[in-house]
Design a protein around this ligand. Structure first.
Ligand code: AMP
Length: 280
């Protein structure tokens, strides 16, 4: 495995590696790697000749300075994990490598980027599009791998790919969970022991809502999930949206779409946890 930080070296190394028509897979990450990231890397390894993983804590997608300051940084362990996963190139640049000058681009990706995370974290998806578009231009991957834990992020990146005309396949990968159901996340290490104990209620409640939904309206199901989770003193739902799985716009009734997901964000203490479930 080569560890590269310079953009020029990255382009050169990928150019050499893809010679002869070898396919290139890219897995963008912000580091503090865990089994969720590993599942993306393993899939890329199975499906592509050359695997590039980027590890870059992208400041432009953080709308909260404290979140960026306290985000776990584990570069050495990350490199060791990627080496063990048989990655070809670990791209671990500095902020100056990526942004030698400020990225002033503003993306307008329409309604899909304006709801939920787009509404709660102003500038977040713009930063995501800045870094992901740069990575796509540098690596020119055939496939790029993203986790369905961040359901809306995939929809936004698909919209960006369409708008900018990138010629690549976005590969969505299932959410990897702890044994108790909590979605694996780099931020989970910041949960206090007490909050860590109750946090699995998020996914448990989402799963139970599948059954509840069979006998109740969409609105009743929405309200039941929110009330069930808010009953825990350690948790507060920021939003729960039962929405169309493609447009991400909120729905009023179960028969309005045949592709329905519920996307939730819950403050667990001061850690913001995100999760989702498919209704149909
Ligand atoms: P991050 O480092 O949090 O930006 O995540 C990098 C990529 O890994 C994104 O595509 C995430 O959706 C994905 N990812 C993060 N956590 C998980 C998980 N528990 N299961 C599957 N994919 C994940």
């Amino acid at each position: 495995m080569r560890i590269i930080s310079s953009v020029e070296q990255l382009k050169q190394a990928v150019g050499v590696a893809r010679a002869g028509g070898r396919t290139v897979g890219l897995v963008p990450t912000m580091g503090a790697l865990h089994e969720g990231h590993k599942s993306l890397v393993d899939r890329a390894r199975r499906e592509c000749d050359v695997v590039v993983v980027s590890v870059f804590l992208n400041p432009t997608q953080f709308n909260n300075a404290d979140d960026l300051r306290t985000y776990p940084r584990t570069a050495e362990a990350d490199a060791a994990m990627l080496e063990a996963c048989d990655v070809d190139i670990a791209f671990m640049p500095t902020v100056d490598d990526i942004y030698p000058e400020p990225d002033t681009r503003v993306f307008h990706l329409g309604p899909v980027a304006e709801v939920m995370e787009g509404a709660m974290r102003p500038g977040h998806f713009n930063g995501v599009c800045q870094i992901v578009s740069k990575l796509f231009a540098m690596v020119e991957p055939d496939r790029a791998y993203f986790g369905e834990k961040d359901y809306q992020q995939i929809a936004v990146i698909r919209a960006m790919v369409k708008q900018l005309g990138f010629n690549l396949e976005i590969v969505p990968c299932p959410c990897v969970r702890e044994a108790d159901g909590l979605a694996k996340s780099s931020r989970n290490v910041r949960l206090t022991p007490v909050v860590r104990k109750v946090a699995p209620a998020i996914y448990r409640t989402l799963k139970e809502s599948l059954r509840f939904a069979e006998g109740h309206s969409l609105e009743q199901t929405h309200d039941w999930v929110v009330a069930t989770l808010n009953a825990y003193p350690e948790m507060e739902v920021e939003y729960f949206s039962i929405c169309d799985g493609i447009t991400l716009q909120p729905l009023d009734s179960w028969d309005q779409s045949d592709n329905i997901v519920g996307c939730i964000t819950v403050y667990c203490g001061d850690v913001r946890e995100i999760d989702n479930i498919r209704y149909k």
